[in-house]
Unconditional design. Structure first.
Length: 171
């Protein structure tokens, strides 16, 4: 991962607060997380930004986590027209109809049990790996699952922040 100053990090550090807030909302839809990142600008390095993200994630309440999860589509159903969602769930691209159906059924059971989408850092994972994780996690106690979700969100945020700071040109 990038750890120094990059054009993307410089652009983020120097952008207007409203613009930076909008960019952060695309990374994570928790407003508490976004505010915590904004107030610490400017960041000397990408690593400093990542550490601030991790610290902000650790402080999120259950309500903040729910807000963050609401910004994520279910696994196997990326947001239409959203390249980030499609890229992150690319491991589902070649999934069989059987796998997709089983994933949908388990997703619905998970949502019924936990009252939120099954959240996993899908980047680099196959559909089978995501299904295996869902099978494993659906039996977790709610408190355990909430902390797993917090960790998964932190991983997703780091990946998205890395893309942000590595962008050469936003045009």
């Amino acid at each position: 991962m990038t750890s120094g100053t990059t054009p993307g990090l410089t652009r983020f550090n120097t952008s207007a607060e409203s613009e930076a807030a909008a960019v952060l909302h695309e990374v994570c839809s928790s407003s508490a997380w976004g505010r915590a990142i904004l107030v610490r600008r400017p960041y000397a390095t990408a690593e400093a930004l990542f550490l601030a993200s991790d610290a902000a994630m650790a402080e999120l309440t259950a309500e903040d986590l729910a807000e963050a999860m609401a910004g994520h589509p279910p696994i196997g159903r990326p947001k239409e027209g959203d390249p980030t969602s499609s890229r992150e769930q690319s491991g589902m691209a070649g999934a069989s109809e059987r796998l997709k159906a089983e994933l949908l059924d388990l997703n619905l059971a998970y949502q019924e049990r936990f009252r939120h989408v099954f959240l996993i850092c899908a980047t680099g994972r196959t559909g089978e790996q995501m299904l295996d994780a869902l099978r494993e996690r659906i039996g977790n106690p709610p408190e355990t699952e909430r902390e797993i979700v917090r960790t998964e969100l932190g991983s997703i945020n780091r990946i998205r922040l890395t893309r942000l700071v590595e962008e050469e040109d936003s045009a």
